[in-house]
Design a protein around this ligand. Structure first.
Ligand SMILES: NC(=O)c1ccc[n+]([C@@H]2O[C@H](COP(=O)([O-])OP(=O)(O)OC[C@H]3O[C@@H](n4cnc5c(N)ncnc54)[C@H](O)[C@@H]3O)[C@@H](O)[C@H]2O)c1
Length: 356
């Protein structure tokens, strides 16, 4: 019997609504598999907590999370709390404290009708973006000098360590090698003459260890164009923190929107808990109305199962999501349907039970 203890951080806005559906699916898996069990502990952290307590999470929050196997997060951020506080003091703090240096964001088209692109099928858009998640442009290093004065200067420093750059690139080569796919690096060496020239060099260096992996290297501006004009060029993609954040939103745009974009923040060595979360934010415009699409959050459950070696459940959840979206009878309004968040969770749970 395998047991996973899961910390739930539903967070703000639609976060609690989509996390509830992900937990529904985990409970379904638990019912269907006598070899698997889960326990859930919920934490009330987020912007509402900040407005009452003056902090996004408890001072010893990282210690409290340390012994869980996984963290399942909804979204953080809400009007009234500056975004740089909500993001940095909770989400980025967890990612960095637990050295979740790999961010896995699949960009796969579930049904041709979901893409605004002409004549693209699921075969054309099926990639895995591997984003560096612990340093780079989001390292939080910099300075704000002479604040409010005419000579005001701000510095935002990108940090690219050899260890950090090599390990993410090596992870991506391993994935491309294991799955027999091409690997594309996205960088910007022509303008960022230190960080991205270094990135490109490391990409080439590590590549010598993987002669079987076919590689490509694009500037981020060209890559952004190709995401739209030729998404079939990409299979496994590796890129920095900022560029990964941006290109995966383009990825969401070409596959049906943020309601379908899943993500996993991984500490591959399992020294610390990994965190699974949809890519989207708290969507204040639709929060509390039952309009949120929970598929991104449920897809993250599939990633969680894969990460813990339960690939049969990872595949079953993903196949069920695909089945549901292709049928088109039950879709949330972002995909042109009328179903509620709760109904989508129920349908996926029912389908999963029939599949097994
Ligand atoms: N990982 C995170 O927690 C995270 C990520 C991005 C933004 N944020 C925060 O969320 C807040 C809102 O940010 P934003 O509006 O730029 O981005 P957002 O992702 O919350 O919403 C962007 C648009 O996509 C729609 N959308 C998002 N998720 C959806 C879903 N599951 N189903 C249907 N529609 C969905 C929203 O209605 C909105 O129109 C901000 O405070 C921001 O800082 C948090």
């Amino acid at each position: 019997m395998k047991h996973l203890s899961i910390a739930l951080i539903p967070g703000d806005g639609i976060g609690p609504e989509v996390v509830a559906e992900g937990v529904k699916i985990l409970r379904t898996i638990e019912e269907l598999d006598p070899e698997l069990s889960f326990s859930f502990t919920e934490f009330p952290w987020g912007c509402e907590y900040y407005l009452k307590q003056g902090k996004m999470m408890d001072a010893d929050g990282i210690d409290q999370l340390q012994n869980f196997d996984a963290i399942y997060l909804g979204a953080v951020g809400y009007p009234g709390v500056p975004d740089h506080i909500s993001l940095r003091d909770l989400l980025i703090k967890i990612r960095r404290s637990f050295d979740q240096y790999v961010n896995l964001r699949p960009v796969s088209l579930l049904d041709p009708s979901f893409t605004p692109l002409k004549d693209k099928s699921d075969k054309d858009i099926d990639m895995l973006v591997i984003r560096e998640n612990s340093e780079g442009e989001y390292a939080g290093a910099g300075e704000w000098l002479y604040k409010g004065r005419p000579e005001e200067v701000v510095l935002q420093t990108g940090i690219f360590s050899r260890k950090g750059t090599e390990r993410i690139i090596r992870y991506a080569y391993e994935e491309a090698h294991r799955s027999n796919r091409t690997l594309t690096s996205i960088s910007k060496g022509n303008a960022l003459n230190y960080s991205m020239v270094f990135w490109d060099e490391v990409f080439e260096e590590v590549g010598k260890e993987y002669p079987d992996v076919e590689t490509y290297s694009y500037l981020v501006d060209a890559a952004s164009l190709y995401f739209v004009s030729d998404p079939e060029r990409f299979e496994v993609v590796v890129t920095s923190n900022l560029f990964g954040d941006i290109v995966t939103d383009i990825g969401a745009g070409i596959t049906g929107g943020l309601g379908l974009a899943a993500g996993a923040n991984i500490n591959p060595e399992m020294k610390y808990p990994s965190m699974f979360e949809p890519v989207h934010g708290s969507a204040p415009d639709i929060a509390g109305k039952g309009l949120a699409n929970p598929i991104a959050a449920i897809w993250s459950v599939s990633q969680m199962m894969d990460f813990f070696g339960e690939e049969k459940w990872g595949k079953a959840v993903l196949d069920t999501i695909k089945g549901l979206t292709v049928e088109k009878e039950n879709l949330t309004p972002d995909l042109g349907g009328k179903a509620t968040t709760n109904e989508i969770g129920d349908r996926i749970s029912e389908k999963l039970q029939k599949l097994i």
